[in-house]
Write a protein that binds this ligand. Structure first.
Ligand code: ADP
Length: 478
């Protein structure tokens, strides 16, 4: 079997599985096959970058490229993170489009393609990841590469009305047709892609998942990314007896812990979430002495202005809430701006009664899945989950909320805090057994099968919410 060649902006290493969802999921997916992982080294240089660095890391060969400062700025900070990220997360008003940044984005992708082409072998399968590298497949084809090329989008694919606000939407979507296979997180994202192609390009979707447009075709399907719930569960059990988890539990002493863990990003719904916490303490005084909220939010992308802004906004809210509701002997809200070892987080999840996962828009949200897998089966916590996280399509017995509806989050918190253990178990068991059947290994294997066997049937494409999904995620009798 040929090698698997992964390309993504940041290259994972077996040492730091803390680079966000992508690295975590792909590292969990490594098997005994030879893997090459190509991408940016994380280094910014002031001269034209030197040759690609090849580094062995166990059964992983990393191929790393430095970026020149101006390229880093135009490609990464500007086009990827200030244009594609907000538009694809439905925040069109935050997008700062410029032709120059688009040109740099294209040029860096051409450079990546040239570097990757020079290490490719004829029987390699290439799997390119995420919004930083959308046009890389087309650049590889222009260089004459005819290996099977797959692309997976980790973030949402926006509805056509939203995507068309991006001046270069056509070039971007057209470039996806250079791939043999394009994968999305959910049926919603796939549907949005099909809608765009049908409406904007006069294309057609076949029953077998083949989409025809621009005089060519591409296979597209949904492949919801996941975790390894067995590994997470085992690590959570281990972490629960460490000093850090014990100290957290002791400090909460008798109260119930509500946890939130997110990169500090405007898509994560942190402002609405804090408003819900404030309203809970204000309108349901019975909880004032009964709960502790722990929000862990390591800063990210601090060289992008919108990220500095959201940080300042959160700082102000947190000060206000604690000022209003703290007592000399207790602080209702703990706010921690740092990273932890993942295992430590799993121990914290296990110590929590409720998790607040309330993004305004999220491709999947692996924190939601990790929280579920970390729970004690006898006494599991309750997941409050935004309907706009990809994970809500699968974890349908969580308390599903609309993150823009602060009162609904307050109601869900109240419901979660009062939920009897039998109901907590029933909801948790449904989610855990789903995760066990649809883990990260299934994700990787089903994508690679679809890439390597072009004749194989693509995974199904449901576009309606699961039947059990009712308001607040209440279990229906079905
Ligand atoms: P995103 O990829 O947008 O950051 P996800 O929820 O899909 O969001 O993935 C986040 C990943 O990063 C999870 O695997 C989570 O465990 C990890 N993570 C989040 N916050 C922290 C933190 N403070 N320290 C370490 N890892 C974190």
């Amino acid at each position: 079997m040929g090698r698997l060649v992964i390309a993504s902006n940041r290259v994972g290493s077996s040492l730091s599985a803390n680079d966000g969802g992508l690295a975590t999921a792909l590292l969990a997916a490594l098997d005994r096959r030879d893997v090459v992982w190509f991408g940016w080294s994380g280094e910014i240089v002031d001269e034209p970058p030197g040759p690609t660095r090849l580094q062995r890391d166990g059964n992983l060969l990393q191929a790393l490229v430095d970026l020149e400062r101006s390229d880093y700025s135009g490609y990464y900070l500007e086009f990827a993170n200030r244009v594609l990220w907000p538009v694809f997360h439905y925040r069109v008003n935050l997008a700062e489009y410029g032709r120059e940044q688009w040109a740099t984005y294209g040029r860096v992708n051409e450079m990546f393609a040239e570097r990757l082409a020079s290490v490719l072998q004829p029987d390699d399968f290439v799997w390119i990841h995420d919004y930083h590298m959308i046009p890389m497949g087309a650049a590889l084809r222009r260089l004459g590469v005819d290996n099977p090329l797959g692309f997976f989008l980790h973030i949402p694919f926006p509805a056509p009305e939203v995507l068309t606000t991006l001046p270069v939407h056509e070039a971007l979507v057209r470039s996806l047709f250079a791939y043999d296979l394009v994968g999305f997180q959910t049926g919603n994202d796939l549907q949005a892609f099909q809608d765009y192609v049908e409406r904007e390009a006069g294309g057609q979707t076949g029953d077998d998942g083949t989409i025809r447009a621009y005089g060519t075709s591409v296979r597209a399907a949904r492949f919801p990314i996941s975790i390894d719930p067995r590994v997470v569960a085992a690590r959570a059990v281990r972490a629960a007896s460490t000093r850090q988890a014990t100290r957290l539990r002791d400090s909460v002493s008798g109260r119930r812990l509500i946890i939130g863990v997110d990169r500090l990003d405007y898509t994560k719904g942190l402002v609405h979430r804090l408003d819900a916490v404030e309203r809970l303490l204000e309108t349901r005084p019975q909880h004032r002495r009964g709960v502790v909220v722990l929000q862990i939010a390591p800063p990210s992308r601090e060289d992008v202005p919108e990220y500095r802004q959201i940080r300042a906004e959160l700082d102000a809210r947190i000060g206000r809430i604690n000022g209003r509701f703290a007592e000399p002997d207790q602080l209702p809200l703990r706010y921690v701006n740092r990273r932890f070892r993942q295992e430590t987080l799993f121990g914290f999840y296990r110590a929590s009664r409720v998790a607040l996962v309330t993004p305004l828009r999220d491709g999947m949200n692996l924190v939601a899945k990790e929280f579920v897998a970390s729970q004690d089966p006898e006494d599991p916590g309750v997941l409050i989950l935004s309907r706009f996280a990809g994970a809500a399509r699968e974890l349908d017995t969580a308390l599903i909320i609309n993150p823009f509806d602060v009162d609904q989050i307050v109601d869900a918190l109240d419901q979660a805090l009062g939920m009897p253990v039998e109901e907590r178990r029933a909801r948790w068991e449904a989610m855990m057994s789903w995760l066990q059947e649809h883990d990260v290994h299934v994700w990787r294997a089903s994508f690679l099968k679809a890439l390597q066997q072009p004749e194989s049937k693509l995974p199904g494409t449901p576009t309606v919410p699961p039947a059990r999904w009712t308001r607040h995620g209440a279990l229906s009798s079905a």
